[in-house]
Design a protein around this ligand. Structure first.
Ligand code: HEM
Ligand code: HEM
Length: 207
């Protein structure tokens, strides 16, 4: 049996579009800052810092929502590098469903936070400057309900992120394919030593 090698794997496997990579890791950073600022705020008594950290939280949350719109646009224009060849159909379906659920959470959560803010009779300004429309009525009970939904949503997002990161590590270390590598910004990052299943479709076996 003779094995014909096709172009070097580093070339055969494509990274995601640089904007997709930048927006993905930019979103991760914004989530870390948004969650960090709101948790840190709880530990502080000083009014000035509490107001400042809540504003940091709101601005990061709004940026996340803008980043989702930009990601979907880049995805539509340039597509995503596809490393699903050779993956069982159920796994492919699960990956797609998980990504769309993450997008949905990244839009729903900021909207709930925005609505909760308005219901507390506080306006929301993008970058602290551009006034955004009011999306709900002012009512303190409704505001508390929206805040409860917002914090429940944050827990759900956290659960999804844990599974998502687990899946990325599973791909890299167990399945040994190029899925995580394609999302890493470092151009010099080396491809993992790929498992045979990840090579399917990239290498032809000639008899
Ligand atoms: C993906 C983006 C966001 C995440 C992950 C997130 C997460 C959180 C978390 C974990 C809390 C604490 C909940 C608790 O104490 O039980 C919180 C509270 C809150 N968030 Fe967000 N949030 C996001 C976006 C936003 C946005 C865009 C706004 C407003 C424009 C906002 C407004 C608020 C408000 C008003 C609170 C309640 C603060 C308080 O009363 O102590 N959030 N958020
Ligand atoms: C706050 C945390 C995160 C969120 C909300 C998130 C969200 C997403 C979303 C929506 C996608 C779909 C494609 C896109 O639009 O970019 C994606 C792809 C991806 N993410 Fe994340 N991500 C997070 C953290 C991470 C971390 C920490 C890792 C690595 C350990 C990671 C690895 C990946 C990989 C490898 C892909 C590409 C999957 C594929 O090609 O099918 N993500 N992420």
């Amino acid at each position: 049996m003779k094995t014909i090698e096709f172009p070097p794997l580093q070339q055969a496997h494509k990274k995601h579009h640089p904007l997709t990579i930048a927006l993905h890791w930019g979103t991760v950073l914004c989530i870390v800052i948004a969650v960090g600022s709101i948790l840190f705020r709880d530990a502080l008594g000083d009014k000035f810092w509490r107001i400042l950290l809540l504003e940091v939280h709101r601005q990061c949350g709004l940026l996340i929502m803008l980043a989702v719109a930009a990601r979907l646009y880049v995805r539509q224009r340039h597509g995503m590098a596809n490393h699903m060849k050779g993956m069982p159909p159920l796994l492919q379906w699960a990956a797609k469903a998980a990504h769309w659920m993450l997008y949905a959470a990244l839009v729903a959560l900021p909207l709930l936070g925005w609505a909760a803010t308005n219901a507390h009779n506080v306006g929301v300004r993008l970058f602290g400057l551009i006034p955004l429309p009011w999306i709900t009525e002012v009512d303190s009970e409704w505001a508390d309900t929206l805040t409860d939904y917002h914090s429940l949503g944050a827990w759900i997002l956290l659960g999804m992120v844990v599974m998502h990161v687990g899946a990325a590590l599973f791909h890299h270390f167990i399945r040994r394919d190029a899925v995580l590598w394609a999302m890493l910004p470092d151009k010099t990052a080396k491809l993992p030593e790929l498992a045979p299943s990840a090579l399917r479709g990239r290498r032809e076996i000639a008899k």
